[in-house]
Design a protein around this ligand. Structure first.
Ligand SMILES: [Zn+2]
Length: 371
């Protein structure tokens, strides 16, 4: 039976622990203690400064290994809160608080399921790895550091993000590219003595926009946006600028690759500025898109138990924003879905968790993991 007291205590404590991205140490320690309390040996993974992941492993039967968990961090509180964002306030079926929906409610619900296995003496059908990951709301450094480990692998992952009315089975991606044009310096009064890197960059960006804007408006490729141009100008001097940097964001549809975009940029550059050099490098954030097979047997099993306990059809959905799922899928090859108790207005003031979704979520997850 659903241990509501335990869930409420976890969520209350977690909302009271501030954990804006890059400051997840106390949240990681809290979850490590919670795992320890229910007999699961915790491990902390240090990322940098005050940023930590936390990992726990539960021994199960011979069934598939399932990765559970989600992110420890929240965004900074948005202005306009009426409730105290640092307290879990129960009111008219809602639990208000920063991170209550996204996604301390999901973490607390999953931990409540793990406690039932640990204390109830029942064994999950396969091994479970629980992960609390840092920095999801920024660059997903936590998921990227987890992916570098050789001892992390699973057949399927359920991140308890606040999607309850649907199961998210994939997401668009996004990349940030730094373009560096290298021209040739010379006397600025005699432009023919050098190659102006700024003018080459302008020609390149104009051509890229002309081509890609059209593909975006026709729905063929996702959007792009130039965020910054920097010429390394250091004060007056009649020198032809020899170097120019730009930052370009590119959203990626499912199946749209970063390499294709980069190759096309290079191709355009060699046409518009053959006398200069172009270098393209990835910068953080870097999230390739992904989607899992809608017919995956573990997804079908999850959808079936979810429909049973939520008592309604559960559509599968491709998300329009990135998550740690993009990293777990692309770096570790784990088919990853987002499914958790329902959060509303996250990343906004007055974020809340819908209390009535906690019990059916816990029951569905428990049945899924039981085999
Ligand atoms: Zn989230």
């Amino acid at each position: 039976v659903y241990d509501q007291q335990y869930f409420n205590k976890l969520l209350k404590d977690m909302v009271e622990i501030p954990s804006v991205s890059q400051n997840e140490r106390r949240m990681a320690e809290y979850i490590a203690n919670a795992l320890d309390d229910i007999g699961i040996e915790p491990e902390m993974q240090h990322l940098q400064d005050e940023s930590y992941n936390v990992i726990g492993r539960i021994k199960g039967g011979s069934g598939p290994t399932i990765l559970l968990g989600g992110h420890l961090d929240t965004v900074a509180p948005a202005p306009g809160w009426k409730h105290d964002y640092g307290t879990a306030t129960h009111e008219a079926g809602r639990i208000y608080g920063l991170g209550a929906g996204d996604m301390k409610g999901g973490l607390a619900a999953q931990l409540t399921v793990l406690k039932r296995f640990a204390r109830g003496g029942s064994v999950p059908s396969g091994n479970i790895i629980f992960v609390g990951l840092a920095d999801e709301e920024r660059y997903s450094i936590g998921a990227n550091m987890l992916s570098k480990r050789e001892d992390i692998g699973a057949d399927f992952a359920i991140l308890g993000e606040p999607h309850f009315n649907e199961i998210v089975i994939g997401s668009t991606g996004k990349i940030l590219l730094e373009l560096v044009v290298k021209g040739k310096s010379g006397h600025a009064a005699l432009p023919e003595t050098g190659v102006n890197a700024i003018e080459c960059m302008v020609r390149l960006l104009y051509e890229v926009d002309s081509k890609y804007r059209k593909l975006y408006t026709e729905g063929k490729l996702a959007s792009h946006c130039t965020l910054k141009i920097d010429s390394c100008y250091k004060g007056y001097g009649l020198n032809i600028p020899a170097e120019c940097h730009a930052l370009v964001n590119k959203q990626l549809y499912i199946g749209e690759s970063d390499q294709g975009f980069i190759e096309n940029i290079k191709g355009i550059f060699s046409q518009v500025c053959p006398e200069a050099k172009l270098e393209v490098a990835h910068r953080m954030p870097f999230y390739p898109s992904y989607s899992i097979d809608p017919a995956h047997p573990l997804l079908k099993k999850l959808a079936a138990v979810a429909e049973k306990h939520l008592k309604k059809p559960i559509p599968l959905k491709i998300n329009q924003s990135v998550s740690d799922g993009n990293i777990l899928y692309n770096s570790l090859g784990i088919p990853t879905v987002l499914f958790g108790p329902l959060g509303v207005d996250f990343h906004k003031p007055e974020e809340y968790l819908v209390a009535a979704t906690v019990e059916p979520y816990i029951e569905a997850l428990y049945e899924f993991l039981s085999g």
